[in-house]
Design a protein around this ligand. Sequence first.
Ligand SMILES: Cc1cc2nc3c(=O)[nH]c(=O)nc-3n(C[C@H](O)[C@H](O)[C@H](O)COP(=O)(O)OP(=O)(O)OC[C@H]3O[C@@H](n4cnc5c(N)ncnc54)[C@H](O)[C@@H]3O)c2cc1C
Length: 507
Amino acid sequence: MEDVVIAGAGPNGLMLACELALAGIRPLVLERLPEPTTENRANGLVGQVVRLLDRRGLHERLAGPIGPPAPAFVFGAMRLDLSLAEHNSLHLLGVPQRRVEAMLDERAAELDVEIRRGHELTGLTQDADAVTLEVTGPDGPYRIGTRYLVGADGGRSVTRKLAGIGFPGVTEDRTLSFTANATVPAEFADPESGGLRVPGHGVIPPFFHYRTETGLFVYAPFPAGPLISTMEWTDDEEPADEPPMTLGDLRASIRRVLGFELPLGEPEGDGPHLLRRLRGRNTRLAEKFREGRVLLVGDAAHVHSAIGGPGLNLGLQDAVGLGWKLAATVGGRAPAGLLDTYESERRPVAERVVMHTQAQSALLSPGRDVTALRELFGELLRLPATVQHLADLMSGADVRYEPGTDHPLDGRWAPDLVLADGTRLAELTTTARPLLLDFTGSLGEELRGWTDRVDLVSGQADADATALLVRPDGYVAWASSATAPDDTERKALRAALERWFGPPLDA
Ligand SMILES: Cc1cc2nc3c(=O)[nH]c(=O)nc-3n(C[C@H](O)[C@H](O)[C@H](O)COP(=O)(O)OP(=O)(O)OC[C@H]3O[C@@H](n4cnc5c(N)ncnc54)[C@H](O)[C@@H]3O)c2cc1C
């Protein structure tokens, strides 16, 4: 009997596998495809997920040390000047999804996770004790028993369907987008901004969603070569047997969106080169994230427009939010109800992503009324408080899980602390163990009974707290600002330890 089987070795399934392995549970991963996919979806990571990777030592593997937050971003195809925000925490990491997947695949191998490629989940039944899976592998069908199954098998999740979990939401079928690697003649380049100088439009900045009343145009000059996209709105039915997309389709779309013939050329370099036509857009949220012993993470639990790139910020944090709770449950040391907090914490976050991607999609749709709405929105975007609000929404810095005390950091993502000896919090969290950061030098005694599960970090730091209990997923479970926490605070600390990590050993 397996402890945990994960269906799907996409980014979220791989991340969950790594988290479980760090917590001492070795999951089995089933992946339908025989080889890692070369298809690229995400071109970058946006928000807290960048800091999350740093806190597992994984940012370093992708792009070296983490840099400062981004100076600007976009919301609904409007520029978000992040220099106006008082606390900018919007990080960006421009790496393609396939590199993120390759890195996680390598990390999972280091942690001894078994990934069976070419093995597809096709059926499941569950009772009070276990889930029985039907799997089709290269040598034919077979069965596996497991204590838990996690569906990380994407938007069309077979796990979700087999578990009978509904996927309500909306399908908007009027959008049509074209994306391709292509080159643009040098005379259109604007060296100062890195964007394009297009007659009738001035300079279109790089990586910017440029809206006209007939659609959207994006020029993204990645180091490996430019990626060019359009989006249009159409009432035309999808033709039967539509031929594969060509660069000519993108040229024609650009002509409709910009009213200008941009002479695109074939992409340079080895590739693989992208040519992608996408129709429609789904916004759906699973009715529940758990049915008995079956759980959902990532796109299996929620799909939404890719606008603003929030997918992996949401999904990878789902995986990290679930990993430690599921490991503690399987290990028999979880406090009652711990696994249920996976959904109670992550669903509201997914609901906000659904909300802001729908709002952004509305802001970039065609029509003069939308143009007027954008004019007003543009005025609001000059207000620092609005920029702060949107930056926090896009990064996920506004997420606050249910706090146990009224300390402002309780329930929030732990700040990027640096200890007096130069150690960054991110260097202490690579093991995914819970930490009690005690800068008062007086709390070690309270940890008696939990030292098998929680590590004590002493020292000094210039921080908004004198002590913090940090969960494996990076969220604060208790905090104090007192130089000598009193009995009430100590009691609250013990309550938090018990709430999240179970009763003390000597209890
Ligand atoms: C065009 C586009 C652009 C995007 N851009 C961004 C972006 O810039 N930034 C961002 O953060 N996000 C972006 N996203 C979203 C991001 O790509 C997804 O959120 C992400 O791929 C979800 O990962 P996942 O692991 O949940 O699912 P998936 O990546 O879909 O992986 C699911 C895996 O499960 C496997 N599988 C399916 N069924 C079975 C089965 N029955 N048995 C076994 N295995 C199975 C599949 O083969 C696949 O490998 C974009 C998405 C799209 C479509």
